[in-house]
Design a protein around this ligand. Sequence first.
Ligand SMILES: Cc1cc2nc3c(=O)[nH]c(=O)nc-3n(C[C@H](O)[C@H](O)[C@H](O)COP(=O)(O)OP(=O)(O)OC[C@H]3O[C@@H](n4cnc5c(N)ncnc54)[C@H](O)[C@@H]3O)c2cc1C
Length: 232
Amino acid sequence: MTQNNLEQQVNATYIDMQSGIQVSLLHFTPLSVCSRAIRTCWDSHAKSDGGGDIDKGLIYRVGNINKHKSTLEHLFYNFEIKGITRACLQELARHRMASMSVKSTRYTLKELNKEESFLPINDSNIIRASKYITLSNNNTIREQSLKALENLRLALKEKIANDVAKYIIPECYKTELVWSINARSLQNFLELRSAKTALKEIQELAHSIFKALPEEHKYLFEEYLHEPECAV
Ligand SMILES: Cc1cc2nc3c(=O)[nH]c(=O)nc-3n(C[C@H](O)[C@H](O)[C@H](O)COP(=O)(O)OP(=O)(O)OC[C@H]3O[C@@H](n4cnc5c(N)ncnc54)[C@H](O)[C@@H]3O)c2cc1C
């Protein structure tokens, strides 16, 4: 793959219009690295077509059919994820075979400290609040989330240190991170987290991550992805 192609691919951002989750692919390993690793096992480099259809078929056969899964660990993906809640972050963090760097609440709370009251609950305050929290379609949960955000803002106004105020951050509070994962672990993540039994938000995240993948890599992951519950 040329540098130009690589840059075009990695600039793709997938934004989920329902949840507002944004996933951008920052970087990825070309498939030719994985096929080269596989061919090293059997010294079959002469049969390579430079990462073309023959090599793609080999990766699928060895990795997905023969379950020689360690070969898929050579493929690595770096994503930037914005707009997930801390509830979703907590579940994402359970995937140990991945690396994450999360925006510090020390910085996000500084922004909140500059805000005026989020009450009463009306359209303009809801729009202002949606910069900080994900708002549920359920009226009761939406109302309580706004009140929780307002309580947090009031605590910050009392000059309570961010490290102390963070203990009242609601689970719906938004965060962002860089998340890096290899193809083997990503298959496992997509299978577990796109399932209908998973939290709806992490289902949406799983589909957004799949959509942000390079087109020519998707064939390795399609069979692990469950159908979305609704259009995402
Ligand atoms: C629908 C759903 C509901 C859930 N509910 C709960 C819940 O109620 N409570 C709760 O605590 N968690 C819950 N989880 C989290 C779940 O138990 C896992 O922690 C999470 O899905 C990460 O999966 P993983 O361990 O396969 O992934 P990773 O941590 O990324 O691990 C990837 C793979 O590496 C291997 N591996 C990693 N670490 C070890 C190890 N120490 N020993 C052996 N092999 C290892 C395993 O093969 C594993 O599948 C839930 C998950 C789902 C999808």
